[in-house]
Design a protein around this ligand. Structure first.
Ligand code: BG6
Length: 326
């Protein structure tokens, strides 16, 4: 694996656009900072195309990054939004969660246009291509384009476009996840809506299949579940912060819910012992039905995150309307 950071290819759009800047992050790693004139911002490291910060217009951090995160290849950054590709978890021969999260991506100077052209200019396009070394562990040629957009209302959009560029006519198959770590006030006070009554595979019980009960999900111990055939919207209600996160997704039918709780937290070198109280991973994913692409074919998977002042306590926002509304 290459651990040296190549110099980023600087797209003209990045140079010309005052809302998109490249700067040095922790340990001198390159990062791109997106800013909205109202004050919200997003930071994405080229190492892993890893979003490490998403702040609202008041400058409040909405993602969790561990105080013990190691910003040093080949370790993936603990927190933010790691990209799991081409393998989710240990569902294959590769290292856990695949290799995209610990490769150096470049800025894509000329991404193929999106079918719908948005007037929003606060975005960056990142690109990962298979290297000869990667081909030794995953023998497929691909182009993975990630667009990270900061929307006008402070929303964070991630769009992945993965193309099979195999010259030998061979298809390839992959699993995928946006492994988003949300920052929450207190995990015991949080509930997740949108996954009730769904089937899930429990990673803590040999991925056996169970059916979730009818109530919103709350947390009182370790959880590591893959919910199947999930709706396009999921909400995280944080009573104490009076904030609701809304996850909208497209092309990603599964949703992983993960919190390591106290025991596992202690076994993780890059995670503080008590930090499990302040994070929750909800991961928009394609796992149960892996994606197969023939040469020349492209897959698209999109996640859009918004944080709305809640809500639930004050009755200003009905979470069911969050889930059903536009
Ligand atoms: C989750 C998995 O997606 O990621 C868990 O379901 C895993 O099983 C967790 O422990 C963290 O993975 P990693 O490789 O970043 O430590």
């Amino acid at each position: 694996m290459s651990s040296a950071a190549p110099s980023p290819v600087v797209a003209p759009a990045v140079n010309d656009n005052p809302t998109v800047r490249i700067s040095k992050g922790i340990n001198g790693l390159d990062k791109v900072v997106l800013r909205d004139f109202r004050g919200s911002s997003v930071e994405v490291y080229l190492y892993g195309a890893h979003v490490t910060s998403w702040k609202n217009e008041h400058g409040e951090e909405l993602l969790f990054v561990s105080s013990k995160a190691i910003f040093k290849p080949p370790k993936a950054i603990r927190g933010g939004i790691p990209i799991c590709f081409p393998q989710f978890s240990n569902l294959g021969q590769l290292e856990a969660h695949g290799f995209a999260r610990n490769r150096f991506w470049s800025i894509d100077p000329s991404p193929p246009p999106f079918p719908v052209n948005s007037s929003n200019k606060t975005y960056v396009d990142l690109l990962l291509k298979s290297t000869e070394e990667d081909m030794k562990i995953w023998p497929h040629s691909f182009e993975f384009r990630l667009r990270v957009t900061l929307g006008p209302a402070g929303d964070l959009m991630l769009t992945s476009r993965i193309r099979n560029t195999n010259p030998d006519g061979k298809p390839f198959t992959f699993t995928f996840a946006y492994h988003t770590y949300f920052s929450v006030s207190d995990i015991s006070e949080v509930r997740v809506e949108g996954l009730e009554t769904l089937d899930y595979l429990d990673n803590l019980q040999n991925r056996q299949r169970f059916t979730e009960q009818g109530d919103a999900i709350t947390f009182e111990s370790e959880v590591d579940k893959i919910y199947l055939s999930t709706p396009t919207k999921i909400a995280i209600l944080d009573h104490e912060k009076k904030r609701t996160f809304v996850i909208r997704k497209d092309g990603l039918s599964d949703a992983v819910v993960w919190n390591p709780w106290d025991k596992k937290a202690k076994s993780m070198a890059d995670f503080g012992d008590d930090e499990y109280k302040h994070m929750l991973c909800i991961e928009a994913a394609a796992i149960e039905k892996p994606i197969t692409l023939k040469p020349g074919e492209e897959w698209k998977g999109r996640q859009e995150l918004s944080a709305v002042p809640s809500s639930y306590c004050s009755g200003q926002l009905d979470p069911r309307r969050v889930l059903q509304g536009s």
